[in-house]
Write a protein that binds this ligand. Structure first.
Ligand code: PLP
Length: 482
């Protein structure tokens, strides 16, 4: 079969002729305009027909031959390859709008597909979880980074456990500042606390296992447990956080046999309760007696304002079933994607193996910078500075909330952290959050932190990334909306 005329080929001056000719010829072959077995004109004739150089045509024909679209037959010329599929001109199409036309998703994929995608909202003043980014010591950071950035051994793959010097400096920091009992070999560097929680869910839970979670609590943890198809059981709560006495009194443990419990004992997320020493000891005792893993998420405990940060649960006794996790998202900044796990020695191997399957090592250069940042004392200095800054912001916000807003709107006060939860009884807090967003302020709806029917409505306001003026304007905006 002879080829049709190529005179409808069009060339523009913005791209190389070679690329354009190759693209148009391939399209004609794939669309069936040049069916398998079609004989192409000689390179000389094709060049003359298209008014381009013969050299360009020859290069393109050679390329298409090497890709298998064309073939030369000795003494006869160049043909569209005879072994291309006959139906290449009518490839089956997938109806993307009709999910039935696609191969099936996994059960997990199907569940996710039915869940609305959490929109990534822009960072606004009061968006929870964002530190004061303008106070980050960029100069010091860059000086350290410059020292490391051309080190060849930071350019390859990281071991799955994380950069050893960082694990060493973290072990020292966690021992001195958080009372965590650990050796560097028990630390696993993760891509933020979220990867740490997902690893725990993957490695400690089977489908259908019961998991005790704080209610209200951290959505990221709930998601990781649900992804593992675990059954979420809400812990009874009091002003300090989980209520161990109520748990025992209500026979929750006997009825559910939980495999794991996720807690934020140093600063309950999002309400801010702090477990007392006796409650902590009871919790540890309870976990050991019932053979239940305790996941201690120590996400922002560096920021306590009127007393020293409360020591971690993990270090209160030896040989406890506690898996401790922390994050640099609040102490440095979230985009670093650096977190860490401290696991009992017996679990190190399985966690390192597990992480190797999940991928997601943190960049070595970043880990090296953080290690020096800690070793040279910048980290502790930065935390000290941020603690004072956040304390002043916390006091100012509390003052505004107490003086500007009428009862029964009230802050659920605890002198810690980077956010404040305020209770606003009976309000549609999702709507309120949206309205506040339209006025340029971030927040989260308190009701969205509940597993089930919310018992409190209100807002969670992150104050660390606000200026004085923004706090005043934000509370004024909230007042006008209430
Ligand atoms: C309770 C809690 N845990 C952990 C994190 C941190 O997660 P990541 O380290 O993945 O940023 C957050 C962040 O907002 C949090 O609120």
């Amino acid at each position: 079969m002879e080829a049709p005329s190529f005179s409808s080929f069009e060339f523009d001056t913005n791209r190389p002729l070679q690329t354009q000719l190759q693209h148009q010829l391939t399209q004609w072959i794939c669309s069936g305009r040049l069916p398998p077995g079609t004989r192409l004109p000689s390179s000389r004739r094709l060049a003359a027909e298209l008014s381009i150089s013969r050299n360009t045509v020859t290069i393109v024909l050679e390329q298409l031959k090497s890709e298998g679209f064309l073939q030369s037959i000795q003494g006869k010329g160049v043909y569209v390859a005879a072994d291309l599929p006959q139906n290449i001109n009518r490839p089956s199409t997938v109806h993307w709008h009709n999910r039935g036309g696609l191969p099936e998703l996994s059960a997990f994929g199907q569940t996710l597909n039915k869940t609305p995608l959490l929109e990534h909202s822009e960072i606004l003043p009061f968006t929870p979880g964002i530190p004061d980014l303008s106070s980050f010591p960029h100069k010091t950071w860059l000086q350290i980074q410059r020292r490391h950035q051309d080190r060849i051994n930071l350019m390859g793959y990281d071991g799955n456990q994380g950069y050893e010097p960082l694990r060493e400096s973290l072990a020292e920091y966690l021992k001195l500042s958080r009372g965590v009992l650990c050796k560097p070999a028990q630390i696993i560097i993760t891509q933020g606390a979220q990867q740490a929680i997902s690893l725990c869910a993957q490695l400690l839970l089977n489908e259908g296992d019961s998991v005790l979670v704080e209610n209200p609590g951290y959505m990221g943890a709930r998601k990781a447990f649900l992804a593992r198809r675990a059954k979420l059981i809400s812990c009874p709560m009091n002003d300090n956080g989980v209520d161990i006495d109520a748990m025992q009194r209500d026979h929750i443990i006997a009825q559910t046999s939980p495999k794991l419990m996720y807690v934020t004992p140093t600063h309950q997320y999002p309400l801010g309760g702090i477990l007392t020493a006796s409650q902590r000891l009871k919790l540890l005792d309870w976990a050991a007696t019932h053979n239940t893993w305790l996941i201690e998420d120590d996400y922002d405990s560096e920021f306590h304002y009127f007393h020293k940060p409360i020591a971690a649960l993990q270090g209160m006794a030896e040989q406890t079933p506690v898996i401790y996790m922390g994050s640099f998202s609040k102490t440095l900044y979230p985009a670093l994607r650096l977190g860490y796990l401290v696991v009992p020695e017996a679990l190190v191997k399985v966690f390192v193996q597990g992480k190797s399957f999940m991928g997601g090592e943190s960049p070595l250069l970043t880990q090296a910078v953080v290690a020096d940042f800690i070793n040279e004392g910048h980290f502790v200095r930065h935390l000290r500075k941020m603690r004072l800054l956040y304390q002043a912001k916390w006091q100012h916000l509390n003052h505004l909330l107490n003086h500007q807003l009428k009862k029964p709107v009230r802050p659920i006060q605890q002198s810690a952290g980077m956010h404040l939860a305020i209770e606003i009884p009976g309000v549609d807090d999702q709507k309120l959050k949206q309205n506040l967003q339209q006025k340029g302020f971030g927040s989260s709806a308190l009701s969205s932190y509940y597993n089930d029917q919310p018992t409190k409505t209100g807002l969670v306001l992150g104050f660390a990334n606000t200026t004085r003026y923004q706090r005043e304007a934000g509370i004024e905006a909230l007042k006008s909306l209430l």
